[in-house]
Design a protein around this ligand. Structure first.
Ligand SMILES: [Zn+2]
Length: 307
């Protein structure tokens, strides 16, 4: 058995059809992890959907009602950039439940892995860029409400800035947000994170790892979180359709090692969420996410052998 649980539901699929966001990637990643015998069915744990009470810790009542009752305006749907459906809404509530469960698992077994989530563009009162509700923020608020943690850190390595997460936690001394992104990319407006690492176009493995490493280590030393949520976006990959950085498979695995191993060394519970990934070949996106799962296993199985 794996040394941590994979949180997954078949209902994670956002039902988007031919959209650039490959919402079947959750199922494809599940299937890849099974076919390669990386994981058995017993390694997967199904989440319960977040409750509306949980979601309302982050989002305002009007936005939750619009999603629940299917009363989004034309403007709302344009900003969200995905078509509205009941299935889509259920999938977002389930993804938030998955990140809550991954965070609880992390506190028990050091790592929790949500085979979904990472919807960092969602704001309290609206959704944006394929993100209706912010599962990362909901998970942190639920664990704080339940008195399980006080201080949390988000390390957002999606190629796009974590604007929703930054806005939600702005001015909140209990949550540190770190976001590393291609500057010349969506979203145009980037509300400041606690630490933003803005990268030029086409930055490759070496510069990315150096700048992430410096910022991440400094942030950990300064802030000392009780929980870390890692958005392991696959879209800094050089063949991503929506990204303009130049990371390779190896570089992305080094990134995963840096984040996961450092957290393990400092005994900080780590919840991993997938976030974006739009490679020209969807197989590449699945490979990048599967590699993150493998790095997490290797760090827990033999921490001393990993740099
Ligand atoms: Zn992204």
């Amino acid at each position: 058995m794996l040394p941590y649980r994979l949180i997954y539901s078949e209902q994670y699929d956002l039902n988007l059809g031919g959209h650039v966001f490959p919402s079947k990637k959750y199922k494809w990643l599940h299937d890849r992890l099974r076919w390669t015998r990386f994981a058995g069915e017993e390694d997967f744990l199904p989440p319960a959907p977040a409750t509306d009470e949980d979601v309302l810790l982050v989002h305002n009542a009007e936005w939750v009602k619009k999603l629940r009752t299917g009363t989004l305006t034309y403007q709302d749907v344009l900003r969200l950039e995905i078509p509205y459906s009941r299935q889509m809404v259920e999938a977002f509530w389930l993804a938030a439940g998955g990140t809550i469960l991954a965070a609880r698992q992390a506190l028990e077994t050091r790592i929790g892995f949500n085979v979904g989530g990472g919807f960092h563009h969602a704001f309290p009162d609206h959704g944006e860029g394929f993100c209706a509700i912010n599962d990362i923020a909901v998970a942190i608020r639920v664990l704080q409400r339940d008195g399980v943690i006080r201080r949390a850190m988000v390390v957002d390595c999606d190629v796009h800035h974590g604007n929703g997460t930054a806005a939600i936690f702005a001015g909140d001394q209990s949550v540190f947000t770190l976001s590393i992104q291609q500057f010349n990319n969506y979203p145009t407006e980037k509300p400041p994170s606690s630490l933003d690492i803005h990268l030029a176009d086409d930055v490759g493995d070496a510069e990315y790892l150096q700048r992430l490493g410096n910022g991440y280590r400094a942030a950990l030393t300064m802030f000392q979180p009780e929980l870390l949520i890692y958005a392991a976006g696959a879209d800094p990959y050089y063949q991503d359709q929506l990204g303009g950085l130049s990371l390779t498979f190896d570089g992305l695995m080094e990134r995963d090692r840096l984040v996961i191993w450092t957290a393990a060394q400092q005994k900080i519970p780590l919840a991993i969420v997938l976030a974006g990934g739009y490679a020209e070949s969807v197989e590449d996106t699945i490979t990048i996410h599967a590699n993150t799962a493998a790095v997490a296993r290797d760090v827990l199985d033999s921490p001393q052998r990993i740099r």
